[in-house]
Ligand binder design. Structure first.
Ligand SMILES: Cc1cc2nc3c(=O)[nH]c(=O)nc-3n(C[C@H](O)[C@H](O)[C@H](O)COP(=O)(O)OP(=O)(O)OC[C@H]3O[C@@H](n4cnc5c(N)ncnc54)[C@H](O)[C@@H]3O)c2cc1C
Length: 456
């Protein structure tokens, strides 16, 4: 591939912008298509959240080189920004005050990607055909042709459902008005929705424990606010994380603080609670588990589902993708990030070699490239796009080189950060063999002289 060719970048999140900066340095021409009205549209949705990685891990090097001549003040590397500060101090200046401003097309949602004149099944001559990117903006449908495509469109818009098996819980769609996904701003924008209410938060990762911590803070100001933590797993301790052993100290502190809220009873813990059905009762939500050993239910006013995200692959159906069937990440990357095996710190840095697809010139990058794995860090994405830009420019040595050392963290443990771990079943898992009890908690209660755990 020769210099000056066009690279379509889907999404102007932090990794898409970094991709554009690296592509520019390689003297290719990036065109960034962003669905939202401004760059960083997904980060804007969680801007009230404090990041768990400090500035040193949040700024891409090529982006910093573009920002330097604009008089940009590089933030203190040791400070942890909020999402709003990430936008204000990095993403917005990068998107509006550097040459990137001329290549970003906002309010441009990509709807389909293919190879011009070649449907997915047609092979002969395919590699020479440009990519055709269809998108919609305020004016209507548009088409862009490009020599390469980097899809950095993230996963924020496709959250996992509440249902424990990956399918929506029965009744989840019907109850949508009382359910939110991700991390609502319970102390700010969404305060009125949650103040004085009983709010269940489903999930075992940072988003869940962050929202629960904020609900306990809201309860101090708005009496009657109650935080209920629903976990599929029977083991809440897993979510307390690496504590002092976590190299990302903010993560460790969040986990330790949350552990103290649980210990003091400010968060009601419902462990072993895989949500199977949601029904509406007198304007409230009844959340129910259905399981062989103990059907339980709880009535709340609102449900926050924080069970992670999955990639939207629908607009890539004409691209020859080779993805792991479980993780939905590129096949060479999936074993490195499989949440059944890896924590954040044990994920090896990687680049173009792991991300390249059968349709040469097409790459998944950023958090979308991790598919359903919950361990992505921005800095991993910056390394990915540095390597991809080098690969496109034919600089194999730079594409292969690893320029990143990832911080070790004890939080992203086996079982996944966001996904939780349903394997241990309900009520602390199955009862020990030979014990007349419906589940482990029931067995413990009977051993302590009680009639049982009460779950059935
Ligand atoms: C609450 C929260 C806290 C986090 N904290 C950290 C942290 O501390 N440190 C860290 O490293 N990571 C953190 N992350 C992970 C974080 O999301 C990413 O690291 C980062 O935002 C991913 O960047 P990205 O560019 O890959 O995707 P995104 O930031 O999701 O950007 C994707 C962009 O693509 C656009 N888009 C989507 N679909 C289309 C389409 N069809 N056409 C055109 N544009 C499209 C979106 O509007 C968006 O602007 C956090 C995530 C969350 C949710």
């Amino acid at each position: 591939m020769s210099a000056g060719k066009t690279v379509a970048i889907i999404g102007a999140g932090p990794v898409g912008l970094a991709a554009a900066a690296h592509v520019m340095e390689r003297e290719w021409c990036p065109v960034v298509l962003e669905a939202g009205p401004e760059a960083g549209h997904s980060v804007r949705q969680w801007q009230h959240v404090q990041l768990f990685s400090p500035w040193e891990y949040n700024v891409d090097k090529a982006a910093a080189r573009l920002l330097a001549p604009t008089g940009w003040n590089s933030p203190d590397p040791q400070v942890y920004p909020t999402g709003a500060e990430l936008l204000e101090r990095y993403i917005e200046p990068l998107a509006t005050r550097t040459p990137l401003r001329d290549v970003i097309r906002t309010s441009s949602r990509v709807t389909a990607v293919g190879r011009a004149g070649f449907d997915k099944a047609k092979t002969k001559g395919r590699e020479a055909a440009p990519f055709e990117i269809r998108y919609r903006n305020g004016k209507g449908p548009e088409t862009l042709r490009a020599d390469a495509v980097i899809d950095t469109s993230g996963t924020w818009a496709s959250p996992n459902p509440a249902g424990a098996g990956g399918l929506p819980a029965i009744g989840e769609h019907e109850a949508a008005a009382r359910i939110s996904y991700g991390m609502p701003d319970v102390l700010g924008r969404d305060r009125a929705r949650y103040a004085g209410k009983t709010v269940a938060v489903l999930g075992a990762g940072h988003s869940a424990i962050g929202t629960l911590s904020e609900l306990t803070a809201l309860a101090q100001e708005a009496p009657g606010t109650r935080a209920v933590w629903l976990l599929r797993s029977g083991n809440p301790e897993k979510s307390f994380g690496g504590g002092a052993n976590d190299k990302l100290a903010a993560r460790g502190e969040l986990g330790a603080h949350f552990a103290s809220l649980v210990a003091s009873g400010q968060v009601q813990v419902e462990a072993g609670f895989p949500v199977a059905a949601i029904s509406q009762v007198e304007g409230r939500l009844r959340l129910a588990t259905v399981s062989a050993c103990c059907g339980r239910s709880i009535v709340v006013d609102e449900l926050v589902v924080a069970t992670g995200f999955r990639p939207d692959l629908s607009f890539l159906s004409e691209i020859r993708l080779r993805l792991d069937p479980a993780i939905e990440a590129p096949v060479a990357l999936a074993p490195l990030i499989d949440p059944n095996e890896h924590s954040c710190g044990t994920v090896r840095p990687h680049g173009a070699r792991e991300l390249v697809q059968d349709d040469a010139g097409f790459y998944l990058a950023g958090i979308k490239s991790y598919g359903r794995a919950p361990t992505f860090l921005m800095i991993t994405g910056y390394e990915q796009v540095r390597s991809i830009a080098a690969d496109l420019a034919g600089d194999r040595e730079a594409a292969e080189r690893v320029e990143l050392e990832l911080p070790e963290t004890g939080v992203c443990t086996r079982g996944g950060v966001e996904g939780g771990d349903g394997a241990s079943g309900c009520c602390g898992g199955p009862a020990p063999v030979g014990v007349a009890a419906c589940c482990a908690d029931d067995a413990s209660a009977k051993a302590a002289g009680k009639t049982g755990c009460g779950c059935s």
